[in-house]
Write a protein that binds this ligand. Sequence first.
Ligand code: NBP
Length: 471
Amino acid sequence: MESCAIGIIGMAVMGQNFALNIARKGFRVAVFNRTPKRTQEFYQTRVKGEPIRPTYDLSEFVRALERPRKVLLMVKAGEAVDEFIKALFPFLEKGDLIIDGGNSFFRDTDRRLKEVESQKLLFLGMGISGGEYGALYGPSLMPGGHKEGYELVQDILEKAAAQVDDGPCCTYLGPGSCGHFVKMVHNGIEYAFMEAIAEIYDLLRKVFGLQAEAIAEIFSTFNALPHLNSYLVEITEKVLRYRDSEAGEPLVDLILDAAEQKGTGKWTAQVALDLGIPTPTITHSVVARSLSSFKNERTRIAQYLSSPSKTLSWSPDLLIPLADALYLAELAAFSEGFHLLCEASQAFNYNLNLPEIARIWKGGCILRALLLERIQKALLTDDVFPLFATQEFRRDVEEKLPALRKVCTLGMEYGVPLPALSSALAYFDSWRSASLPANLIQAQRDYFGAHTYRRIDKEGVFHTEWGVNGL
Ligand code: NBP
């Protein structure tokens, strides 16, 4: 029997779809899953002549692969990845490659890289964006790790990835855990963009009393604007239009308002804090999800802390300010994300090519948006950080900041929480402030802890006995 170009372990939705995608590009694929029934069902129901070989034990799986073997893990991030890596060691030989395609924490990837290296094997940690549809029709792929490993699978990955005008949405990103780091930051940006969209929706229904269908129209208009055209805005319109056939109502109105998070958003916020990079829009979007999960408590508190109940009548004049506010929140999220990537690139020696990252997010990716074309251009021509301060974007910020301010004011006046939009506003306002009140904070620190401060009128480090002259 002809051997397979690649093997995929993990036949849940992502593994199945990626196997079909690769096989449809003409590569033979061996597949394996911990629970054999899943492999069997996949093979019987979804494989229609594609060169896919189901296998039912690890040794049969590895024997099906051509040398050097290339094994892609598409299993749940965490223990499952470690278990499979360990289980594969006895079957693999020097120069074989293991790729972890899950949403692994980048620190785990660094550790696994060393473990795999100690067996003289190659390793790639690869972020995949695009969900199940992307996996089947062309995702955005973010591989990092051993360059020789990438070269073994370059042809397969670049053909399976989404394609845009300037190439496949896949490139070797760099050494170590950088692939999973980039995917983590991608997810942080995704959290922020989704939260900002949800906040606009919340304003429209609570302040203006609009129904899902009417809000869908507004998102359809947004998606036609070049600065907002994106996958996430597009699916928001579709979600808002979907009616539950049983209840005869928009499905979104029937979904419990408690958002889940799987870790990548939280990790982005944590790492940003560790590296000292301000990512308020991303971080508050994670906080918003955490707070949403306290549904029972919120329901109880709402009984005695009521929100302002007045509403406004909707005016289409608000369309552009709302669109501009959403756009600036999106731009803040990308600025924060690329700032974090830039810092991590130095701190962890990733040597990231930032314009290339913008490029591979332009297709197949959950973050795909026309805006990425301009982000790529800005990163190619200007190394000013944050991104919004580049030549490409600074006029937009200047022109549209009043709209963001107006929308945030509306939320405050009507008691609608806007953690992402208001964090974005504070982000821009902080960066454009030559003077911040940190002088007072330094004085307070020095008062209670003798932490010292520097002065603007003379060189040196100072401490004051505040109690003597102060109150
Ligand atoms: P899941 O994340 O739901 O994982 C299911 C797979 O993991 C099954 O093959 C399952 O085997 C296996 N597995 C589990 Br669970 N525990 C295991 C263990 N202890 N030992 C061995 N195998 C174990 O699947 P998915 O949604 O297809 O995602 C796969 C990876 O891709 C994840 O890391 C995910 O974060 C990432 N990802 C997902 C998406 C998406 O849109 N879903 C997008 C991008 C990346 P079993 O059948 O025997 O239980």
